[in-house]
Each structure stands twice: as C-alpha cells, then as structure tokens.
Design a protein around this ligand. Structure first.
Ligand SMILES: *[C@@H]1O[C@H](CO)[C@@H](O)[C@H](O)[C@H]1NC(C)=O
Ligand SMILES: *[C@@H]1O[C@H](CO)[C@@H](O)[C@H](O)[C@H]1NC(C)=O
Length: 124
C-alpha cells in the first residue's frame, strides 16, 4: 500500500496534475519503455490489496478497509504490467504483494526516456 502511494507520487501525479493545471503539462514517460524488477501476478495469479479511496472497481472486494483483487497476467482486465504505469490511461502497474515475500519490499521501476533513464526505487 505504501508502495502504491510512492508510485502514485512518482508516476501518476503528473497525469492527475495535467487535468488540474491550465498550462500544458504532459507526462514525459507516456509510451516509453518501462521495466520492473517484479510485478504483481508475474509468478501466477495472486491477491493484492490497496487502500480504499482510489477507484474501486465493481468486482473488487473490500477486506479490512482495503480494496483487494487478484493480479492475473493472463486476464486483460486483471493484469497490471509495468507498461500500464506509462500508458497515459487509468490502468496502473501493481507491485508484488508483500505476502509473496519480504524481499519484495523493494522493487525497481526503470523508465527509458531515450537519452535519460529514470530509475525509481520503490520501498515499502
Ligand atoms: C486468470 O485468468 C484466466 C483467464 O481469464 C482464468 O482462466 C483463470 O481462472 C484466472 N485465475 C484466477 C486465479 O483468477
Ligand atoms: C534496485 O536498484 C538499486 C540501485 O541500482 C540496487 O542496489 C538494488 O539491488 C536494486 N533492487 C532490485 C530488487 O533489483
């Protein structure tokens, strides 16, 4: 959850800001090559949870104040690959749940902007 927040600040905020600010403000990362050291669902379907408040889809379940769903890479509606962090749409990248293992408290997300490579280190 904390990781999701960190990612929002780093990548999604520029998109959100674009709708609020009047001067042109575009997301430099849109459509750029992006990789993550680990992604929710990349080792098979798994449950993840995030804080309620963001968009809760109709089929997501609320468990102890958190919205939970399954990451499923073979299901277009349930996958959250790194590309989704920079597609300029409302889809998102989901880091692996900590239930998979404590080593996933750190995930690196790397965006190749061409001449600049942005590396985000996301820690829980
Ligand atoms: C993952 O998605 C596939 C394709 O839609 C589906 O057959 C499978 O049951 C899903 N797995 C889980 C655990 O939801
Ligand atoms: C993330 O990047 C940092 C800095 O390059 C590196 O020290 C660390 O091992 C990387 N972590 C993972 C999970 O790849």
């Amino acid at each position: 959850m904390a990781r999701f927040t960190a990612l929002s600040a780093l990548l999604l905020l520029p998109v959100i800001t674009a709708e609020i600010l009047t001067p042109p403000y575009f997301n430099l990362a849109t459509g750029k090559k992006i990789t993550a050291t680990a992604t929710c669902g990349d080792e098979g379907p798994e449950l993840y949870c995030k804080l309620v408040g963001a968009n809760a889809d109709h089929d997501e379940r609320v468990i102890q104040g958190q919205v939970c769903d399954i990451c499923n890479m073979t299901n277009d509606a349930k996958k959250h690959p790194p590309e989704y962090a920079v597609d300029g749409m409302e889809t998102w990248w989901q880091s692996p749940p900590l239930s998979r293992g404590m080593k996933y408290n750190e995930v690196n997300l790397t965006i190749d902007l061409g001449q600049i490579i942005v590396k985000c280190r996301i820690e829980m």
